[in-house]
Design a protein around this ligand. Structure first.
Ligand code: 5RP
Length: 230
């Protein structure tokens, strides 16, 4: 296993201690989350059920015999939500949606008491936007208007062409945004007609960040302590 996978797996395994036996957990999407689900196989405490955010996570959970339930059928709030990020800052604000699942991820994160974010150290940034564009889910028939609104913010949109076939919405990425005030930008993007959700998680931010390192160690960041720095 390469250094990046070792780091992801270390963060993922460190999140297992937040899973309570017979609980209902929220499960995100991505390669770091895949390590988390794999680690559930040998965990002492196994959740009874899970609300998942993608077909891939659904399939992994089901292979372990964990029942997957839709968010609308789960008793709320969920206890713990475990998910990764494309970027995360010390205040727990993140960019997500590299896998295009951010709309479901945002809904499950908001429905959960605690979001434990699991990342390798390369994802930790001092300012959001350092390495990733901001994903958007957009209603396909509103693409043109959304594009104009984004240009009005001094940024530009690239459509993930393969997502044009996914139904009434598509996934696009916004490049060139000024992200010094992520909460404001999140609100502004989500007020654009046709934008279902953006990949900035500043309103619902992580409660705890577990950062895996290539040597297999894990450091914890408590965003609550960092908020004074905003
Ligand atoms: C998917 C996500 C993922 O959490 C993010 O892309 C990180 O993925 P990975 O763990 O594979 O690096 O937001 O929508």
């Amino acid at each position: 296993m390469g250094a990046a996978e070792t780091a992801k797996r270390a963060a993922a395994e460190a999140a297992i201690r937040f899973v309570e036996s017979e609980s209902i957990i929220g499960v995100g999407t991505g390669s770091t989350v895949a390590h988390f689900v794999d680690a559930l196989a040998s965990a002492a405490a196994r959740p009874a059920r899970a609300v998942s955010t993608s077909d891939d996570s659904d399939a992994r959970l089901r292979r372990l015999g964990i029942e997957v339930v839709p968010l609308e059928a789960a008793p709320l709030p969920l206890g713990v939500y475990v998910d990764g990020a494309d970027e995360i800052d010390p205040q727990g604000r993140a960019i997500k949606g590299g896998g295009g699942a951010h709309t479901r991820e945002k809904a499950v994160a908001r429905a959960s008491r605690v979001w434990v974010c699991i990342v390798d150290a390369s994802k930790v940034v001092s300012e959001l936007g350092s390495r990733s564009p901001v994903p958007l889910e957009i209603e396909t028939n509103q693409l043109h208007a959304a594009q104009q609104a984004i240009e009005g913010m001094g940024a530009h949109l690239t459509v993930r062409e393969h997502t044009r076939q996914r139904g009434s919405t598509l996934i696009a990425d916004v490049h060139g945004l000024d992200l010094q005030h992520p909460l404001e930008v999140e609100r502004r993007l989500e007020s654009i007609d046709g934008v279902v959700a953006c990949g900035i998680f500043a309103h619902r931010r992580a409660d705890l960040v577990l950062v895996g390192h290539p040597d297999g160690t894990v450091t914890e960041v408590d965003p609550g302590r960092e908020r004074g720095a905003e």
